[in-house]
Design a protein around this ligand. Sequence first.
Ligand code: SME
Length: 151
Amino acid sequence: MSKSQLKPQIESIIAKPLLEPKQKMQAICDLLQEQIDTYDWVGFYMANHDERVLNLWCQAGEQTDHVQIPFGKGICGQVAVSNENFVVEDVKAQDNYIACSIHVKSEVVIPLFKDGKNIGQIDIDSNTIDAFDKSDEEFLEWVNAQVAAIL
Ligand code: SME
């Protein structure tokens, strides 16, 4: 399914009155992982600024051991401190990278801002090399803005 077709479905998840924010985030992970062929693992890591760690709140795809990531470590940890999108065409070319699965070939991490503060991120892994482009960045920035509105 195309990303523009998914937007109304995400809006309807966000609007569901009976779900808690974390349940909505889980539903978004499930939707993206099921509907976009190259999104093999989708998760939200949220920041604990006092402890300088990211905690995995929800995920769709293979289970990961990396449920907590220190700021600065891996692609996710780097985004926690850079506040910038990080698109990895080929994970093998990255020194500061935490492997979650041997199948993963590319990754994108987009920070999630609430009132201008970087409070977490959406992380997508793909088993396809160079799977993410500008349209993914724009789409995932939009997803994060929807999520920020309910946090
Ligand atoms: N690859 C990430 C770790 C999280 S897993 O992809 C689920 C990183 O380098 O930060």
